[in-house]
Design a protein around this ligand. Structure first.
Ligand code: SF4
Length: 810
């Protein structure tokens, strides 16, 4: 008996047939994939650029019958060379979420959203927005869009709204992450042109990261840093001891938003030591003497800078090292070492992200970085540059072609010649091109408050979560006469407020191009079918054009690739000229192509090459017999910038105080930022992946310094309440040395974070300053916690938070 039972158990455990067994048997996957389970054995593969961050990794999507069944990072794509972060590996999962929007939804009188067909949805869309425009003027309807949709869709939306529907005020969530860099480059270089190529990460001997936690925000770029064979100095300037700071050779933990004073202090020190590339400055720049005078006469003005102890708040009257030390919290010896490291480097590259861009004086801070690169001659050569790392996968596409803050192709709405050129190229009545600039995001929100914006169309962004003044935005959304939300999911915080929801296809369900941080145009392909009646944003815009009655204006905008050809024409003669890219096939074969690539490129000297022919060959370049452009190209190797005189400008300004400093009532400074490489912005997509969700705490957490925690008797994992003048939230404490005393850090991905942030804006870029505001921290006592939790349980916000939520972008 016992033997029979053993045999039976044995045969059960070791069964050689059946579904579970089959799943364990690996077969040759072909296509260089090694062995894969049968259910994942592809019949084809194709490269698609990732749809999360601006790195723009190539993902090799495994197909069966034309549909994606799996993916792996593309080994010969020049961006990632076979690497990907967790989000890239999980990119297909969010497409299968069960809260996808599958049909248009209309809010009825009973307050509920219910399905309608596309014909009804489009008729209502046109009727409601036109009625608003008739009553309040064409500019009373606005849109907010996204850096997550393809360039062809952005261009179509911007052209349709402004040239077809009469809108003036349009913006994008790229305002939240990249507006500062765009404005800084435009003013300094004459065009919004990040000059670098990712190869520069590997070529530098000194890399300076300012307000950038590259390890977490752009993990593949960080891997490129780790491939650097020059034993480089890796310098991180950041108030927090971030993952990148921990891996650095030098970390400078400055006081939050004292970066402008630091950068001016460094510039002054370099000038005083004559550690300047004078020939470069003389030949290729203007305004250096004025900058020098500004620094040497000490800049003037007084400001206090976020010192935890306000009685110690430093006054800035000078950029000498003693004053800079007082403002930044760094010692004079540290400042000297930092300056010496920059001076001693042969190939110094400066990199910045949101720590700079999301500040109250962000544009001037970015330009202070650019000034350092210019004055030390660290630009246009391998391993150098003043390099802004973009946020979203297509922020760069948005900057050039969204037709929001700039006219198509990086042109200017205020210049008659630019308007005429666009009208001519698109065969438009020139009067249909607005002669005024759009309001920025915050001004559109303000327009709702003062009843000048009555209709709003939100495409692919989750403003209810990501806007800096979150509570105010949500209150104002209720004032709109008509709110349309176009998104992959009907459950985002913003979609829940909409009068009409339009179901959109996501990344992988449509085609088009993205432009990554190094200006590389890469191809996105349709590898999966959108669910239900969801349509690509492109096809939704086509429908809108038809129902609005302006379909004839866009008769040539028939497909994303047809629009790509139109964009080529619009780029011709501009610094971003990519008219030399034939078509999508050429992009695909080349592994993406950096702009510029004007017509006639094949006959040009390959002077801008930074990789050797051997390296190109090793990386798999030249996959077809036709010539391919160099895979890695940087700007300004000839020292010629885009201002009419060909010179870059030194721009500067007296630093200003933090808009909201700590006080007795709110004694801490709140820092926000990305928490982990597994989360993406408002988590709409990343929250759909069980794998990604295991990589970070579900509950909001608060990093607090151990000395502050000791005073407040807070231990890790205990519940704490964080309050600001705008809101009050709870989270779990994480006691750490990563933040300095007097500061706390909360990741931006949690919906509650932006209930606290203070709505201040850089005056030039109008980018919100998410990074520093005053808050109080208190331990929630056990007795209070029960009551607190009971209150929270019954609050509508918490009820809403418990539903599945997210957005495909910020
Ligand atoms: S999210 Fe960014 S780093 Fe990660 S795989 Fe995608 S493009 Fe690469």
């Amino acid at each position: 008996m016992r033997a029979a039972a053993k045999t039976s158990l044995d045969s059960f455990l070791r069964r050689r047939h059946g579904a579970l067994t089959e799943d364990l048997v690996l077969r040759h996957g072909d296509f260089g994939l090694g062995k894969v389970p049968l259910r994942l054995k592809p019949d084809n593969t194709t490269n698609v650029v990732c749809g999360f961050c601006s790195t723009g990794c190539g993902l090799n999507v495994h197909l069966r019958n034309g549909q994606a069944i799996n993916l792996t990072p593309t080994t010969d794509y020049p961006v990632n060379l076979g690497m990907a972060c967790p989000k890239g590996w999980e990119a297909l999962n969010p497409l299968a979420a069960d809260d996808r929007a599958t049909t248009p939804l209309l809010r009825y009188a009973d307050g509920n959203l219910a399905p309608v067909d596309w014909d009804s949805a489009m008729q209502i869309f046109s009727l409601r927005f036109k009625t608003i425009q008739d009553k309040h003027g064409a500019a009373s309807v606005a849109f907010l869009s996204s850096g997550q949709i393809v360039t062809e869709e952005m261009a179509f939306l911007g052209a349709l709204a402004k040239f077809g529907m009469g809108m003036i005020h349009c913006d994008s969530n790229t305002r939240l992450c990249m507006a500062t860099s765009a404005v800084a480059y435009k003013q300094s270089f004459g065009f919004d042109a990040p000059p670098y190529t990712y190869q520069d990460f590997e070529e530098s001997d000194v890399l300076v990261f300012i307000g950038s936690n590259l390890c977490i925000t752009h993990p593949t770029m960080w891997q490129r840093v780790l491939r650097n064979q020059n034993n480089p100095e890796i310098i991180v300037i950041d108030p927090r001891k971030t993952e990148t700071a921990m891996a650095a050779t030098q970390h400078y933990a400055i006081q939050p938003k004292s970066d402008l004073v630091l950068l001016y202090g460094l510039a002054k020190f370099l000038i005083e030591r004559d550690w300047i590339d004078s020939p470069f400055v003389q030949e290729h720049t203007t305004e250096f003497e004025a900058f020098k005078e500004f620094l040497l006469r000490n800049g003037g003005g007084e400001a206090n800078y976020s010192s935890p102890d306000q009685s110690e708040a430093p006054h800035v009257g000078a950029f000498d090292l003693e004053n800079v030390s007082r403002v930044t919290g760094l010692s004079v010896a540290q400042l000297q070492r930092l300056a010496e490291s920059i001076h001693e480097g042969k190939r110094v590259s400066f990199w910045w992200t949101m720590g700079v861009n999301q500040g109250h004086e962000a544009t001037r801070t970015a330009q202070a970085i650019i000034n350092l690169a210019l004055m030390t001659g660290n630009i246009g050569r391998p391993g150098t540059g003043a390099n802004s790392v973009t946020g979203q996968c297509n922020a760069m596409g948005s900057r050039l072609f969204s037709n929001t803050s700039a006219l198509l192709g990086g042109r200017d709405f205020l210049k008659p010649g630019h308007r005429e050129k666009v009208a001519e190229l698109l065969q438009l009545d020139p009067r249909s091109v607005p002669a005024e600039n759009s309001w920025a995001y915050d001004q559109i929100v303000e327009g709702i408050a003062n009843a000048r914006i009555k209709g709003l169309w939100i495409i692919g962004t989750n403003s209810s979560h990501s806007w800096i003044n979150q509570s105010e935005f949500n209150r104002l959304a209720g004032k709109l006469d008509f709110l349309v939300v176009q998104d992959m999911y009907h459950t985002t915080e913003t979609a829940r407020l909409a009068h009409l929801v339009l179901p959109a296809a996501g990344w992988g369900e449509k085609e088009g191009t993205f432009i990554n941080s190094e200006r590389r145009i890469g191809l996105v392909k349709k590898v999966s079918k959108a669910p239900g009646e969801a349509l690509s944003d492109f096809n939704i815009f086509k429908l809108v054009a038809h129902y609005w009655g302006c379909g004839e204006t866009f008769k040539d905008w028939t497909s994303p690739e047809a629009v790509f050809q139109i964009l080529k024409t619009l780029s011709r003669g501009q610094p971003c000229d990519f008219s030399g890219i034939e078509d999508y096939r050429m992009l695909d074969e080349a592994g993406g192509i950096q702009w510029p690539l004007p017509e006639g490129w094949a006959g040009q000297s390959p002077a801008d090459r930074v990789t050797t022919p051997e390296a190109d060959s090793a990386n798999g370049a030249h996959r077809s017999d036709s010539p391919s452009p160099s895979r890695e190209r940087r700007l300004f190797s000839d020292g010629v910038f885009y201002h009419p005189d060909g010179k870059a400008r030194f721009l500067f300004e007296t630093p200003r105080a933090l808009p909201e400093s700590p006080c007795d009532q709110f004694p801490f400074l709140l820092l926000t930022g990305r928490g982990t490489s597994a989360q993406w912005h408002t988590q709409t997509r990343t929250s759909k992946s069980d794998v990604l969700k295991r990589l970070y705490p579900e509950e909001i957490y608060v990093e607090i310094n151990s000395s502050d925690a000791a005073v407040l008797k807070i231990q890790t994992n205990e519940s704490v309440e964080i309050s600001s003048r705008r809101g009050r939230i709870t989270g779990r404490a994480f006691v750490t040395f990563a933040v300095q005393p007097g500061q706390i850090f909360i990741p931006m991905h949690y919906a509650a974070t932006n209930q606290l942030t203070f709505p201040s804006f850089d005056p030039y870029s109008r980018q919100p300053a998410y990074k520093a505001c005053a808050v109080a921290v208190a331990k929630i006592k056990l007795r209070n916690r029960t009551a607190h939790n009971r209150d929270r349980t019954h609050s509508p916000r918490i009820q809403a938070e418990r539903k599945p939520h997210g957005s495909r972008n910020r």
